[in-house]
Design a protein around this ligand. Structure first.
Ligand code: NDP
Length: 337
């Protein structure tokens, strides 16, 4: 059983030495337990937060413990009446080959799912996050302008495409010309702006001529600074993530802009609401799965994965994800089905 543990806590950007790849004995399931063998492991930005020893909505990973995360596995041994060998399972198994479970927290994906890894992305946590954050908090109306950054990632790409299905004008923000082209040509966004361009804020203003009604916040930082003056009266801001801040170690330089933010929220009566997907919306998963399943089957939603081969490449893929080196949902293929 190969596994990646947290070796030390990062100061700022994670580095390879913060992780350790180990080989330990394969666990043996007792009566009433199953042995799961991972095929696909998920990489997600929230994992950076779990490396810190600070209070958050979830417990930090302890030093020498296996890094946490979702896994799509197959049952290799079953001593549990509800599970049979070969069945596909979504678990929270972490960065490792094998997991023993008594069935708690497992989700069955069937005997022969057509895209098992989708359970980590478009049909799973990121897709669900996009759906609930946009529709429940963003409450978009046809004709309104939605802006979303990390526009080609699993959350952002889904937000924008659902926005189009609801009749909105969608402006994406992404890191680089290739990602922007993809957002427009494949995902169907009306515009996509490169946040690395020197005139990014001006371009955003130019392409949001009627202001912004829904800003789906994935990144924070400079992108938010450019968005704030463009928000319309009554705008909604689902506060989903702040990836540009996950590696920072101190407050930014420059003048304090808190009063500018508060003043804008007040005068424009803006609703900004944070959410943690499963804590806040766990009971609404079936509604999402039903809609998204149909949209995918009808070809109304496009979904891009970046499959990385090998557990040994998981650490570098994670460091890259936080820097925007990924293009689409990062999935680590650790074993053959
Ligand atoms: P992504 O693959 O979209 O996240 C990585 C992307 O973030 C990068 O590819 C990069 O895209 C962008 N990025 C990184 N650094 C910066 C920066 N400094 N400025 C601007 N963009 C940056 O991941 P997900 O779709 O999985 O997640 C998107 C967001 O949603 C994250 O913030 C995540 O934490 C959050 N989230 C929140 C949940 C919740 O329950 N609240 C649940 C799931 C996700 P680019 O190259 O285009 O800039």
């Amino acid at each position: 059983n190969r596994r990646i543990v947290l070796a030390s806590r990062p100061q700022g950007e994670p580095v390879a030495n913060n992780f350790r790849l180990e080989t330990v004995n394969k666990p043996v399931p007792a009566e009433g337990e199953v042995l799961l063998r991972a095929v696909y492991l998920s990489l997600d930005p929230y994992m950076r937060g779990r490396m810190n020893d600070s209070k958050s909505y979830a417990e930090p990973v302890a030093i020498d413990d296996v890094m946490v995360g979702a896994a799509v596995s197959q049952v290799e041994v079953s001593n549990h009446p509800d599970y049979k060998v070969g069945e596909w399972i979504l678990s929270f198994g972490g960065w490792q080959d094998y997991l023993v479970s008594n069935g708690e927290g497992l989700m069955k994906l069937g005997d022969n799912p057509s895209n098992p890894s989708y359970a980590l992305g478009i049909m799973g946590m990121p897709g669900f996050t996009a759906y609930m954050g946009l529709l429940d908090i963003g409450a978009p109306k046809a004709g309104e302008t939605i802006v979303v950054a990390a526009a080609t990632g699993p959350v952002g790409a889904t937000v924008g495409q659902i926005g189009k299905l609801k009749g909105c004008r969608v402006v994406g923000i992404a890191g680089g010309a290739e990602k922007c082209r993809y957002a427009k040509e494949v995902l169907g966004f009306d515009e996509c702006i490169n946040h690395k361009a020197a005139d990014f804020a001006q371009q955003l203003a130019k392409h949001c001529g009627n202001g912004i009604d829904v800003y789906f916040e994935n990144v924070g930082g400079k992108v938010f600074d450019a968005v704030l003056p463009l928000l319309n009266t009554g705008a909604r801001v689902p506060l989903c993530g702040l990836i540009s801040q996950y590696n920072v170690t101190s407050l930014p330089d420059g003048p304090d802009r808190l009063s500018l933010l508060m003043g804008t929220l007040l005068v424009k009566r803006i609703k900004m609401q944070g959410f943690i997907i499963f804590d806040d919306y766990g009971d609404r998963y079936p509604e999402f799965a039903n809609d998204m399943g149909q949209w995918l089957a009808q070809g109304k939603i496009q979904y891009r994965e970046q499959i990385v081969d090998g557990l040994e490449n998981m650490t570098s893929a994670f460091i890259g994800l936080l820097k925007g080196e990924n293009f689409g949902k990062v999935v680590i293929k650790v074993n053959n089905p």
